[in-house]
Design a binder for this molecule. Sequence first.
Ligand code: CMP
Length: 140
Amino acid sequence: MTVTRTFSIIKPDATRRNLTGAVTKMLEDGGLRVVASKRIHMTKAQAEGFYAVHKDRPFFGELVDFMISEPVVVQALEGENAVLRNREIMGATNPAEAAAGTIRKTHALSIGENSVHGSDSDENAAIEIAYFFKDSEIVG
Ligand code: CMP
């Protein structure tokens, strides 16, 4: 059994609709443990830095504006093969393509307002967790 960590954001479309608990329950029911969590209102610089890999994509401005529009909940999650498990629980980026029972199929509004972000690799999970949390804020 390989216990690893991943990084999650409950996005503004979900916090706005008071879905923080509902989304977290789906993560927990899927076998992940919340080992760090905080509600923040991202600055523009924070969002641009976090999504820098997408800076040349046509939707970058829209993505940053959305992520700073209202509070988000950033979380570190722990579990067996956490990155993959979280991606299964979230479903496809586009909710129209997401499997039944996933967070995005259940709650997302569109490809942009898709309720959650999750890391795509162990390497990025470590970078993304460190972007928002100090080691002392993560309690396994
Ligand atoms: P996320 O996992 O947070 O990583 C990048 C985000 O860009 C992605 O989820 C989507 O919410 C967003 N995104 C991807 N494609 C599009 C698109 N075509 N239009 C708007 N946003 C997009």
